[in-house]
Design a protein around this ligand. Sequence first.
Ligand SMILES: [Fe+2]
Ligand SMILES: [Fe+2]
Length: 474
Amino acid sequence: MAINYQDRIPNNVDLGSNRTLQRALEHWQPEFLNWWQELGPRDFQVADVYLRTATSVDAKGWATYGFVRMPDYRWGIFLADRDAERKIGFGDFYGQEVWQQIPGEYRSILRRLIVTQGDTEPASVEQQRMLGHTAPSLYDLRNLFQVNVEEGRHLWAMVYLLHAYFGRDGREEAEELLERHSGDANKPRILGTFNEPIRDWLSFFMFTYFTDRDGKFQLKSLAESSFDPLARTCSFMLTEEAHHMFVGDTGINRVVRRSLEVMKELGTEDPMAVRNAGAVDLPTVQKYLNFWFSSSLDLFGSETSSNAASYFANGLKGRPDETHYEDHIAKEQSYTLELPDGAGGVKSEAIPMRNAMNEVTRGSYVTDCDLGVKRWNRVIEKAGYSFRLSLPSTRFRRNIGIWAGVPTDPTGRPITREEFDARIGDWLPSDGDRAHIMSLMQGVHEQGKMAAWIAPPDRGINNNPVDYEYVKLH
Ligand SMILES: [Fe+2]
Ligand SMILES: [Fe+2]
């Protein structure tokens, strides 16, 4: 169905035919706008930003570009088209009709899954709200705001499901999504990573590369759901999410490229020399990578999980790209985990495959993360340097799961707590590293200019030049 932009709430779900639902969402809309004004991007609400807006949900031409003030962005409800032939793709109900309504017995679990996903969307807007001031260019400022408005739309996507399918509990959950806030001591966001402040642009690029990619894999798992409206909602969100990861991928690439340029100019790889020249040294890039990658790994949950097993058995949440697997029932298979043996070593243990679904999804995520690392390393290699970035082991610095609190080095080798504490500054950003990054964060808001710590992008947005005036400040 085409997107209706005539209604107060843009939608492609024929919202006008359900007056109760329409009224409920029109009641939530001003609360959302208040939240955006209060906790959305700080101080740029009257700027005209070159943003894309969804016009249709098919792969081609879903976006139109134009200058919009962020509070006027047309947030709405967009679901991928319904496939009348779609069948349940995994679990105990494999091959049956997908559900257009929620079976009563799965109501509270599905609500929890939707709320947990929904909570991350406004959280990231809150985490990033101060970054506009320190943007390295108007191009980057625009990308930040594009990500922010789309995370706002993802909140709309989840709130629609809560309102449309969960009655009063759903409406209450929708209110609470605006009441919890990132980093709030009393009412924090649900997941840890979404309470970490993002004060600098290196963290922002790491977040969009690693944490938005967690979002991608969660959405891919939910896009397999037997609850068809959830699957269709998540399918469309994935097309928006791709841009967020692009921002992270190219952002890190540009930081690395600038670092290499400076190394070349100075004729040295000395990190301190690179810093003194106003760039980010590669060892610091690695430390930020270690921090955000390990933090994002926790979002997948525990390696062995009876919840994950029941989500899979009941068809609520599947594996990303379920069609790529041969056995969609996964009842007889097992998965071999490596876990701490309690004596400073590692042991193996086979667990039922269904209980390992979090780990299976995490594994796909790690493989996907590594593609970018390989690309960044090719840039370093081409420049003639031997330094290489790498993903730390999934055992490193974990706070959730079987490796939680077990000290290991970045290769995953268990070490003593003393050794870990002694070497933490080599592996994670130290106060000094953070102070250096913060010292680089001077906003560049002049058309055609780029901060000295980052290389310009290869191309602009929507075929515009890199030095286009992507944000018109007033
Ligand atoms: Fe999102
Ligand atoms: Fe995102």
